[in-house]
Write a protein that binds this ligand. Sequence first.
Ligand code: SAH
Length: 417
Amino acid sequence: MEPVFSPSVHRQRHQFVIDFVKRNKPKKVVDLGCSECALLKNLKFCRDIELLVGVDVDGAKIKKRMHDLAPISTDYLQPGYDQLCIELYQGSVTQKDTRLRGFDLVSSIELIEHLHLADVELFSGVVFGYMTPAAVIISTPNSEFNPLFPGPAGFRHSDHKFEWTRAEFQTWALKVCLKYGYEVEFTGVGQAPPGQQERVGFCSQIGVFHRLGAGGHCNRFFGDDADDVLSYTLLYSIKYPSLQDNNILRRVLVSEVVYWAEKLKRGWMEERTGEMNGAFTLCHTEEAEESVCEGHMDMEEKQTDLSEDGGGVLTKGQEQQESCTSPRYVSVPLAVLWACCPKVSVLGGSLSNLRHLLMDDPGVKLSQDGSAVLVYNQEQDQEEEEDHDHCDLEDSGYAGANQCSHSAVEEEDWEAV
Ligand code: SAH
């Protein structure tokens, strides 16, 4: 009976690496023989990885789908704290390249059987002897499983140079361990049909190697750069946006501050209008609006800041002398923003750091002492416009009418020219 794998054995191999990464949380991972980057595309979602590298001798294969590794719009709109850099190289695993040293994990999935045996020796020296990663996952076909496939006997792929039995793979792996100071566990993916597992083993056999004395996933320190080599060609490199980048942190923080300051201002202005109409509005049930009330209580005694352009500034809880006019700016204290918006406090770190980050940003206007955000009050412009319209309509004298139609006359003159 022909073995049917669900999910496909190709997927199971990749899932094996993903599960290993989830358990062990390596920071620097390289996939050798990455082909069209299918495994890398899944690994980029493992948030502990900071450097994800792919290498393949066939540059055309890499280039085919490499742009799928680029950040998507949400990565820019909602960047996380994690840092991720992805690099893709064209190069052969039989050659050394300094940039691949000191990784936490190397995966080599269905690659070694594409190498001539002499190159497998070089591969062993490059990976275990030169790159010296903390862990290595190597998968390769198990030839004992092949009789279960239908059709004539032979290798599974026309480019395979060999396919090993379990004993052959284990002999090679144990030799490598002895020579380079690793230990290995054998497993696999693609279960044989019931009753045959012990006899034929897994469809793909896997060796999981750990460097002796590596202790988790610590990198080995490379002090000696005597054989510093750059034999690979960098085809693609992308850095994901991260809140650890100060410019990105500031951009996200500013948009959050602007949003919340505007929201608080609107709440206060509505409340103020209600009070002026003799209908004092109590807080609604929303958490944010409760915070607005708390802010109000905190700020009752606060002094008004003066804006640089001499326009009126309203601080919440303060009595306006001219109660019929709206202020040009509404002052929203940073302390209130801090209390109302958890994201602002998380991103800011501390109140003084928040002030520092906002200080020189053109996206926000701070009060002179830097303790509050001044939110421009558009309603005031509208009120002024309305007052103006109102005035025009009520003016019945010739001079007033003449004034009002001034611009229309000018337009007519222009057309006449
Ligand atoms: N690891 C992938 C692809 C396996 S096919 C997967 O799991 O789907 C083997 C890949 O190894 C091919 O993409 C081939 O181009 C690459 N390869 C073959 N010889 C190589 C070498 N010497 N160095 C690097 N990559 C090699």
